[in-house]
Design a protein around this ligand. Sequence first.
Ligand SMILES: NC(=O)C1=CN([C@@H]2O[C@H](COP(=O)(O)OP(=O)(O)OC[C@H]3O[C@@H](n4cnc5c(N)ncnc54)[C@H](O)[C@@H]3O)[C@@H](O)[C@H]2O)C=CC1
Ligand SMILES: O=C(O)C(=O)COP(=O)(O)O
Length: 412
Amino acid sequence: MAPISIKRILISESVDPCCKKILQENGIQVTEKQNMSKDDLIAEIKDYDGLVVRSATKVTADVINATGNLQIIGRAGTGVDNVDVDTATKKGIIVMNTPSGNTISAAELTCTLLMSLSRHVPQAAMSMKAGNWDRKKFMGAEMYGKILGIVGLGRIGKEVATRMQSFGMKTIGYDPITPPEVTATWGVDQMSLEQLWPQCDYITVHTPLMPSTAGLLNDTSFAKCKKGVKVVNCARGGIIDEDALLRALESGQCGGAGLDVFVEEPPKNRALVNHPNVISCPHLGASTKEAQARCGQDIALQIVDMVMGKGLVGAVNAQVLASTFSPGSHQWIKLGEAVGVVLKSCTTSKQPFSQVQITTQGKHCKALDCPYILQFLVGAEPQRVPTACLSHWQPAVLKGHGFSSAPALRNR
Ligand SMILES: NC(=O)C1=CN([C@@H]2O[C@H](COP(=O)(O)OP(=O)(O)OC[C@H]3O[C@@H](n4cnc5c(N)ncnc54)[C@H](O)[C@@H]3O)[C@@H](O)[C@H]2O)C=CC1
Ligand SMILES: O=C(O)C(=O)COP(=O)(O)O
């Protein structure tokens, strides 16, 4: 991989101090500036080769187009929906994230919200602080024996499932990529959303926000749910349609909601936050010491490795990734994608490939495994290669994400 020169990095949010320390120890100058307006960021960003953000910095096309020498946008966390990845890609800027650093913390907050919904803990605590002693008002229900529907069975969905099973919940779910045989090994019975909605006592969503997941829970799907279903969104605002949720809460079709994320953060419209059956947090899923330490360290080390030419871990924009490999590799990377496209056109099955082996011949192909496999996947199954796979292409991760056997590359 051709080394990339990064001399100055701007950290625009509260990222664990270890991030700055690691970058500085590796000769990179670091400036921390928080709470910048869009105009401030546009003025500031011109002087930097790298930018490190969390979810609050909106790295829009305007910001990216204002950059002079920016080469890397590092997301100390999972979701990159606050970064205009397409514009970054067009400008040749690598976007990289640290998707596993905050998984456990987000899963634990989800479980906390599920349990708080069942026993009204926040409302009871507020009532106590107001000087009351109201036992009748806060009658709850056991989690034991109830059905939890998990939409999105990736890293966080899996951790939520295994934790809630320990409370005696039955876990069912839906994911278009993670195969049912894989989720069955962690106790989640997969089915279509049509089958899932009417069965659930609780529903929690753990998908990225994208066109196919925006409004997954809407008026139509709420109408198919059990009356009084309780829902949690610790993923991204908008996966549960906020207006539909308010209507469902008001009609009693939805019995309560635990919300960590909102379409607009902080939300100007407080109708949901103020609803008596809503428990909400200001996007706290990743806000633990442990998650922040992991994400801060991971993003710094990934940037340092990239600068040293050691490897490119965590890049979510594969096209840029391809262009960072030596010019000699480009033709092979293109060939990988083309082979994927051809193979895809030869199969009529909608299922992911169960086993793929790519055999190359000749010394030039020996060092190509990462980019070649990645581009093969992009060509073969673009809609089935989640960001997680692109950023963590290692066979073990691919296997967990729907490729029942990760592609093997053999060189003869
Ligand atoms: N509240 C917070 O602070 C945090 C929120 N997050 C968010 O949580 C979400 C999940 O994160 P991870 O589990 O790490 O991601 P992941 O990529 O491991 O899992 C997402 C899963 O959603 C599935 N999916 C895609 N489209 C779907 C659809 N239409 N229906 C059902 N499933 C679908 C994918 O196949 C994948 O398995 C992301 O939106 C992430 O940004 C992550 C960390 C902290
Ligand atoms: O990692 C994610 O996707 C998150 O939502 C966490 O966001 P944060 O880093 O806490 O701003």
